[in-house]
Design a protein around this ligand. Structure first.
Ligand code: GLC
Length: 535
């Protein structure tokens, strides 16, 4: 298998608006990221992924872009961005940016022109039809919005304020490639590509048999031509790394995007865990890991992530954010760093931050949640019941500000935060984590250091054992004579782990564990995690 710098890298995601505010406007900013770079460096990560910073009316937190070549005022200025990039590089880290080119904002000058008349030269930058079909979008009941000016409907995969670009139009593609070069020429190190498999649309927009299954939005004919072209015209001329956000894919389809012989993307995020596993499901998770390993290994590279700005924090969703918060945070950290694929850490995960539960829909900001709430209540459902049903997976669970210390607003801002701080900041914060050698933070740091020293964590083969066990997830990784065993009790019950004799007889030494004492043999505590070197 070809070794590359990015396969060996650990990525830290900075959702800047909730990271650190330096000007008191209640939003984190790029200056705040600069001021906390030493903290990120201390953790030991290699790459920072920065969520969209571009000019935007901000209806979907920056994923609705009105100017691809400017920095939105809330985030700062282009000068601050340039300084940030320099400071990241000065610390030996890399910076990747979000690339959002499936859609723009409806305030983008292209769309303002496009909607102005049917014969405007920018009309074909977007997708216009006389009649809608029956598809639904991610955030609304229809992918089509009627526009009075010209009496036609435009297509949007997300909010109505996020019209989809028409990738069939070569001019659109050239504009995007040019814009990518603008950022790459500044020296950024790559892109995280927002819903990149949605660029190509189904010819003719046929009605769907089941409109609720929105997978018709992705993986359509033409997508690989676009990505191949993007690679040839732009990406291959730079030493950069790309990760595609690719919902609705099997490992087989995934390889078409990231196969090492394909000339498209380097890696992907698939969503079999985060979109289809609302709660921890051992059998499902084992099956997902196995299929993706078998489908991709040796041919293309995978990613591992258990939460991000769209998905509820992992201790709340998959672990236990009450009595076993620290143990379960460390257990999932162990999993993240020892499974095949690049680990992605989402800000705050490294101190075991939890999801939130605000009292009223008015305390929430997430457009996906708010639109769904409105849609269901308008159907006549009980508002309270709808609210309750949306809490667990609301994207705001992971968007509350990073908890820096126990001062007002968790030390995030001196103003009024754009979204409320999680009230548990007095118990969970960075200052405490840095002062406690046994914290979740130092456990992540140790795992990252181990990864730098032991390539078995990166390039090792993956062999699951105890495959039918409902509580224990265990696997062996092996590379160039180095063989590691990972044993995880993913539950809040103690359990006795009966390892096969062939494995237990090979145990040589403990490498890392989240409980101090192993004298109890293989009677594992709730959320206990251990990694051993085997003979
Ligand atoms: C991606 C982003 C999400 C955004 C959506 C539309 O899924 O991660 O935050 O709302 O794309 O751009």
């Amino acid at each position: 298998m070809k070794k590359t710098w990015w396969k060996e890298a650990v990525v830290y995601q900075v959702y800047w608006r909730s990271f650190y505010d330096t000007d008191g406007d209640g939003y984190g900013d790029l200056e705040g990221v600069i001021q906390k770079l030493d903290y990120i460096k201390e953790l030991g990560v290699d790459v920072i992924w920065l969520n969209p910073i571009y000019g935007s009316p901000d209806v979907d937190n920056g994923y609705d872009i009105s100017d691809y070549r400017s920095v939105m005022a809330k985030a700062g200025t282009m000068d601050t961005f340039d300084r940030l990039l320099k400071e990241v590089h000065a610390r030996g880290m890399k910076l990747i940016m979000d690339l959002v080119v499936n859609h723009t904002s409806d305030q983008h000058p292209w769309f303002i022109e496009s909607r102005s008349s049917k014969d405007n030269p920018k009309r074909d930058y977007y997708i216009w039809r006389k009649e809608p079909n029956n598809w639904r979008s991610y955030f609304t009941p229809s992918t089509w919005e009627y526009d009075e000016t010209t009496g036609e409907y435009y297509f949007h995969s997300f909010a109505t304020q996020q019209p989809d670009l028409n990738w069939e139009n070569p001019k659109v593609r050239e504009e995007v490639y040019d814009m990518m070069r603008f950022w790459l020429d500044k020296g950024i190190d790559g892109f995280r590509m927002d819903v990149i498999n949605l660029l190509a649309k189904q010819a003719g927009f046929p009605d769907a048999e089941n409109p609720e299954d929105i997978s018709y939005l992705g993986n359509n004919p033409g997508i690989h031509e676009y990505l191949g072209e993007m690679h040839d015209k732009v990406l291959k001329h730079y030493d950069v790394f790309t990760v595609g956000e690719i919902p609705f894919v099997t490992p087989e389809d995934g390889l078409l995007y990231v196969g090492e012989d394909r000339g498209e993307l380097n890696t992907l995020f698939h969503f079999e865990v985060c979109d289809y596993m609302a709660y921890w499901d051992m059998a499902k998770f084992k099956d997902i890991q196995k299929r993706w390993y078998e489908g991709m290994w040796g041919k293309g590279w995978n990613s591992q992530f258990l939460n991000n700005h769209d998905h509820t924090r992992l201790v709340t969703r998959f672990g236990n954010d009450k009595e076993y918060r620290v143990q379960s945070a460390k257990l999932f950290a162990t999993m993240l760093h020892t499974l095949p694929g690049m680990p992605y850490i989402y800000q705050g995960e490294e101190i075991g931050m939890t999801g939130v539960r605000f009292d009223s829909i008015d305390d929430y900001n997430d457009i996906a949640m708010k639109n769904k709430y409105k849609e269901e209540v308008e159907k006549g459902r009980d508002p309270k019941e709808v609210f309750e049903s949306l809490l667990h997976l609301s994207r705001d669970n992971s968007r509350t500000p990073v908890q820096w210390d126990d001062s007002d607003n968790a030390g995030f801002t001196s103003g009024t935060p754009w979204i409320k701080v999680n009230p548990n900041y007095k118990q969970i914060n960075v200052a405490d984590a840095l002062a406690d050698p046994d914290s979740v933070f130092y456990y992540y740091k140790k795992l990252i250091q181990l990864r730098k020293k032991h390539q078995v964590m990166v390039y090792g083969s993956y062999e699951p054992i105890l495959e039918d066990h409902p509580q224990i997830y265990a696997y062996i990784r092996e590379f160039e004579g180095e063989k590691w065993l990972v044993v995880l009790n993913v539950s809040d019950q103690s359990v006795t782990c009966e390892l096969p004799e062939s494995v237990s007889s090979e145990i040589k030494e403990l490498i890392i564990a989240n409980y101090a004492d192993q004298s109890n043999g293989f009677n594992l505590n709730p959320y206990e995690a251990r990694v051993y070197r085997l003979k």
